[in-house]
Design a protein around this ligand. Structure first.
Ligand code: SIN
Length: 278
């Protein structure tokens, strides 16, 4: 059986002694899924995966979904997308995605439960990814703030005023477009362990129902400042052969754009079917 090494008090575990390109005994698959629920971010070291093998490995955690930014999907394996520092805006400027705190695809009625990345090419220094545990952050909310957020509902949408100006264009909108926004509770309960966490996407929340835009903006800033304190954060220093998978239901994440852009940073990305946040 593989080994699990916890990385912080609240979030992140390193998995070693496993080869995801090989068939897996059912009890090991169950243990890996349990580790995912317990630690929220798994960094699985020393893999050798091409795109189809990566896709196959993620099936241990659920059903992969086609990603909506179709221009990044690999033609030969379209459920696997790329994320890289070679992407350009319409104006030809480098566009590094994911550099501020967010949770993936919250503008969809059933956002993906998990996202997985596999390192294809890494800069020699920097380019870490960070995750904050929103369950631990919820537990530690000061009582008055917890009372304020407990019953709030948030409208999430792909485009709205908080989105950075270089928002990546979708080349084809799908039924998941939800241009009017979808409503999710701000506090959701994890369907597998029953734990409450803050379900906030600072980039995609258009507003909280019944609240002025100024108050919304102030509340979002306050929650993000609280949730991203070092005690709730795991920082992953990428190594060749890493596959990382995380639980979008209880984490927010961001990539650090602090490296030499002359060096290629290229990751494969897969998202896994989720359910309606409740
Ligand atoms: C993302 O999924 O938001 C990007 C993560 C990364 O590039 O490390």
């Amino acid at each position: 059986m593989f080994s699990i090494s916890k990385q912080t008090d609240h979030i992140g575990a390193e998995i070693s002694g496993i080869d995801l390109s090989q068939p897996f005994p059912p009890e090991a698959a169950d243990a890996l899924r349990q580790a995912f629920v317990d630690h929220s971010v798994l960094a699985i070291r020393d893999q050798k995966l091409d795109a189809p093998a990566f896709l196959n490995a993620t099936r241990l955690f659920g059903e992969p979904l086609r990603q909506h930014l179709k221009q990044f999907n690999l033609p030969e394996c379209p459920d696997v997308a790329t994320i890289s520092n070679q992407e350009k805006t319409k104006e030809g400027k480098i566009n590094v995605r994911g550099v501020s705190w967010h949770t993936d695809h919250s503008f969809q009625p059933e956002p993906p439960k998990a996202t997985a990345l596999y390192a294809v090419s890494l800069p020699t220094k920097g380019g870490d990814t960070e995750w904050a545990h929103m369950g631990a952050a919820y537990d530690a909310l000061p009582a008055p703030l917890r009372t304020e957020v407990d019953a709030l509902e948030a409208v999430h949408a792909y485009t709205e005023s908080r989105v950075p100006p270089n928002l990546t264009e979708r080349i084809a909108a799908g039924e998941d477009d939800a241009s009017d926004g979808v409503v999710h509770p701000l506090i959701r309960t994890h369907p597998e362990n029953g734990r409450k966490s803050i379900y906030l996407n600072p980039l995609r929340v258009r507003r909280f129902r019944g609240m002025t835009p100024e108050h919304c903006a102030e509340l979002i800033e306050r929650i993000v400042a609280h949730a991203t304190q070092p005690e709730f954060v795991y920082t992953h220093r990428w190594r060749a052969g890493d596959m990382v998978i995380w639980d979008n239901r209880c984490c927010i994440h961001k990539a650090n754009a602090d490296y030499d852009f002359e060096e290629l940073r290229l990751l494969y990305r897969i998202i896994i079917q989720g359910d309606t946040p409740r």
